[in-house]
Design a protein around this ligand. Structure first.
Ligand code: ATP
Ligand code: MG
Length: 342
């Protein structure tokens, strides 16, 4: 089976964008691929954060994965920091990463600009090297990525090729290894269309955990009345009828797309169903669809959170399986780079 890895940061609450753009797609993948889904807690400390919240948010994110339908008998679910090889490989990889590659990363420029100099640690710059380590450790074939992560995946691919060139092949064989490529070069897996969910208050920016206003997103754990209120107050327009793909109506396109993905209908069905509607009829329809879809997830979430021994076991088993694969890769890298092994 081909292998897939992916993860979400335990910062803020998981929202509809994370769900429709990432987690929901993983559910289908776990049946046809060998999958590893982790909570990337080491990435969550690249900007100032609350130490009192990190472990809680990590557990909650894991519980959300399971509540959404990640099946731990098929997928390995674990916490990134529980598998030490992630950080270890990162150090080895950083020696092979030209600093110029990192300086070009758009996310670094954006996030460091927002945070201000005093708050920008070196880790925000080297973040893509840790992400490369997350992926390359598992010799992943595919990585599901949203628009926002494409550039980082490209860096991962270039880094894999560079390390293979610098240390792999015959050089590695001479050192007693098996030669050949050290890392598999992973391919991006583009999510199905419509999976870029936009903010409820601005149809031109993406729904985000870090956006200051909670009104801009539907969180997976929002209670019914909060969902209803957010949809009632979300930004719309005053054109007649509802339609997809009208560039002048980004909010309309976004709300119809959310309805389509949540209801499981096709785009054509939704276009026809909604073409003559006004917001007054559409909004309750969307609200009901959201509540109906999220309610069972929320019920399962509460069950999982109330059984901490179960959650601990899932994470321990997941970390053990992941560590087996990760340690094998790490060993190869140490050997290929010429380290004395004990
Ligand atoms: P932050 O604002 O802190 O960066 P985020 O909302 O972007 O948070 P991440 O943890 O960075 O969340 O991303 C987790 C996954 O969710 C990634 O695969 C990312 O591509 C996807 N994702 C994030 N936001 C959206 C969105 N609005 N629509 C679709 N996918 C999204
Ligand atoms: Mg993000």
């Amino acid at each position: 089976k081909k292998r897939i890895v992916s993860g979400v940061q335990p910062t803020g609450s998981i929202h509809l964008g994370n769900y429709l753009g990432a987690i929901k797609n993983w559910i289908a993948l776990q049946n046809s691929y060998e999958t590893l889904f982790f909570i990337v807690d080491l990435h969550a400390i690249t900007l100032p954060y609350d130490t009192q919240q990190l472990s809680k948010a990590t557990r909650e994110t894991a519980a959300i994965y399971l509540a959404c339908g990640i099946d731990n008998s098929k997928a390995s679910v674990f916490v990134q920091s529980h598998v030490r090889a992630h950080v270890e490989l990162m150090w080895l990889l950083s020696s092979a990463t030209p600093i110029g590659w990192l300086n070009k990363m758009i996310q670094f420029k954006e996030k460091s600009h927002k945070a201000g100099d005093e708050n920008v640690g070196v880790a925000l710059l080297t973040y893509p090297v840790l992400m490369a380590s997350d992926i390359l450790l598992y010799q992943s074939d595919f990585v599901p990525v949203g628009e926002d992560q494409k550039q980082h995946l490209e860096l991962t691919r270039e880094l894999a090729e560079r390390v293979n060139y610098l240390y792999g092949g015959r050089k590695w064989k001479k050192l007693g290894g098996r030669g050949g490529a050290i890392f598999k070069v992973p391919e991006p897996l583009i999510p199905p269309a419509g999976a870029r969910v936009m903010s409820l208050t601005d149809g031109l920016s993406k729904m985000s955990k870090s956006a200051p206003s909670d009104q801009s997103r539907i969180n997976l754990l929002d209670p019914k009345d909060v969902i209803a209120n957010k949809i009632k107050r979300c930004k719309t327009d005053s054109s007649a009828g509802l339609e997809f793909d009208n560039l002048a109506r980004p909010e309309c396109n976004n709300l119809l797309s959310i309805y389509q993905l949540i209801s499981g209908k096709t785009k054509g069905e939704v276009a026809e169903e909604c073409q003559n509607m006004n917001w007054g009829t559409f909004k309750p329809l969307l609200t009901d669809a959201l509540i109906e879809h999220l309610h069972p997830i929320q019920v399962r979430y509460e069950e999982i959170m109330s059984d901490s021994a179960y959650l601990d076991k899932v994470l321990a088993d997941g970390a053990a399986k992941a560590a087996d694969i990760a340690d094998a890769t790490l060993n190869n890298v140490y050997q290929a780079m010429g380290f004395l092994r004990r």
